[in-house]
Design a protein around this ligand. Structure first.
Ligand SMILES: Nc1ncnc2c1ncn2[C@@H]1O[C@H](COP(=O)(O)OP(=O)(O)OP(=O)(O)O)[C@@H](O)[C@H]1O
Length: 482
């Protein structure tokens, strides 16, 4: 017996659909708005959700990520009264089970319910069977958990996988996780970096060559495709594959045979293909830069890795993990990280994603290896200024702050987007923030000894007290000597 939720503002349709569900032996819960639907779904686990697109309080499609992020991971069937090809495409791309248009015949509904529930049951069993090895993948956000579910699903199959996502989001890491959790784990994982294949040697690198095939071929050489026999071939930056090589590669994918340069016989290689790209392959297909037949071969199952700025709560976990490994690697005591540093890192949009975060932390740690704590002052100015900019714009216009933190992955650029605060206010905020950071570090290094703090900073005692008072730091104001 399945548990089905129906979210639709058409009361007659809702009740009729619920009747059909009950006749099939399933339970049905009803909701007429997105808000009602969310509270129904939050109360207990569901296997299947019928979701209307136009609801009185918004577009049902916007709730897809919420529904798919639920622990029971229900299948979703989108229903609508109006034909909406774009909405249908969006729904399917976002993992909806199907997209149906009213009016619906009973038989059609019955078939969809049966299929979706069958699939859901198998999915749950499979996920329970696979306990994913994910040692190196840090993060627990809904967005990344959904990707890990897909990794578990792919690892249990032999199908090709296309991993998409911005640079540095972890495409290779996820490809390795699929391999490590698959039946081919004991076999090789061979990386083809399509972006750095020298044009004249592409065939030889991929397919291998025999001795004497060309000038400089002094011995037989195995190509990457042969090396991947029994394991996984990872085609990194697949969008960079030259058109001529795409044609040859297609044949290898269709038949799993290849011919080394200079050899007259074809050879077989039993490999599983995983490809990755940060390019928009469908657009490249439209522009004639990527073969559509190859694209359809690669695109059997797609995992889209979200950018770091969309993984809520993961930055903190990644920072802790990287600080630990970087300190270990450099034989340093493990540094502490103050909340202000985490807040500063969380406010930055990370166009280079996890790789950029790792590099920034490495630089920050190495730059001041003796300090046992990582403060915002250790971070590059563009990252610190990003948070300050957000705080300033939030003060001058609360709605503008939302916009500036989302920032769509663009590196921070100045001048800041509208509304720009008056220069004086902006400068005051920036200066105040830097002063606070400086004073905190000064007090810590001087271990609270004001005379020492004055000596280190070059500030007079009264100026130091004024600054501490202005920023509300410690009880210095009360203990100030007259
Ligand atoms: N979730 C994660 N947890 C821990 N480390 C991660 C995570 N995601 C990425 N990394 C690390 O970030 C770096 C970049 O990852 P990776 O090379 O897999 O990204 P990519 O998407 O393939 O990048 P590109 O598109 O530039 O090739 C690696 O050092 C990887 O270990």
């Amino acid at each position: 017996m399945g548990k089905i939720a129906i979210i639709d503002d058409d009361a007659v349709f809702r009740v009729l659909l619920a009747e059909h569900c009950k006749q099939l032996g399933h339970e049905a819960e009803l909701a007429g708005t997105i808000e009602e639907g969310r509270s129904v779904l939050a109360e207990r686990p569901f296997d299947l959700v019928f979701l209307d697109v136009s609801l009185p309080d918004g577009n049902g499609l916007d709730s897809l990520p919420f529904i798919q992020g639920l622990p029971s991971s229900p299948e979703v069937i989108i229903i609508t009264g109006m034909g909406d090809a774009n909405g249908a495409e969006l729904a399917i791309k976002n993992g909806a089970w199907d997209y149906l248009q009213k009016p619906l015949a009973r038989q059609e509904i019955v078939l969809h319910i049966r299929r979706a529930l069958e699939y859901h049951e198998k999915k749950i069993q499979r996920t329970a069977q696979i306990s994913l090895k994910r040692d190196e993948i840090v993060g627990k956000s809904k967005a990344i958990s959904a990707c890990l579910d897909q990794v578990a699903h792919c690892a249990a199959t032999e199908s090709g996988v296309l991993i998409t996502g911005e640079t540095g989001t972890g495409k290779e890491l996820f490809a390795r996780a699929i391999h490590a959790n698959s039946q081919r784990a004991a076999g090789p994982f061979v990386v083809v970096d399509c972006a750095s294949l020298p044009e004249t040697l592409v065939e030889s690198i991929l397919f291998g060559h025999v001795k004497g095939a060309f000038t400089g071929a002094n011995s037989d050489s195995k190509g990457l495709i042969e090396q991947a026999d029994g394991g996984t071939l990872f085609l990194d930056e697949a969008g960079e594959l030259p058109l001529e090589t795409q044609k040859n590669f297609l044949r290898v994918l269709q038949e799993r045979v290849f011919r080394p340069v200079g050899k007259d016989r074809e050879q077989k290689s039993n490999f599983r293909l995983i490809a990755a790209t940060n390019r928009d392959l469908p657009a490249m297909v439209r522009q004639g830069q990527f073969r559509s037949d190859l694209f359809f071969r690669l695109n059997t199952f797609t995992i889209h890795l979200p950018p770091l700025r969309e993984r809520e709560g993961d930055i903190e976990k990644l920072v802790m993990s990287f600080v630990f490994t970087i300190c270990r690697r450099n034989r340093l005591p493990i540094k502490g990280v103050v909340p202000e540093t985490l807040a500063t890192l969380a406010a930055y949009p990370w166009p280079g994603n996890v790789r950029e975060l790792e590099n920034i932390l490495e630089r920050a740690i190495i730059a001041d290896p003796t300090d046992p704590v990582l403060y915002p002052i250790h971070l590059p100015p563009e990252i610190r200024l990003c948070r300050i900019r957000t705080m300033v714009s939030r003060k001058s216009d609360p709605s503008a702050a939302e916009v500036s933190t989302a920032d769509h992955g663009q590196p921070p650029s100045f001048p800041a987007p509208e509304p720009l605060p008056p220069f004086k206010e902006y400068r005051r905020q920036v200066t105040a923030d830097l002063e606070v950071q400086y004073l905190r570090r000064l007090l810590r290094e001087a271990a609270g000894d004001i005379a020492r703090a004055c000596a280190v900073s070059g500030l007079s005692r009264s100026r130091l007290y004024d600054l501490l008072k202005a920023h509300g730091l410690g009880c210095a104001a009360e203990s100030r000597p007259e």
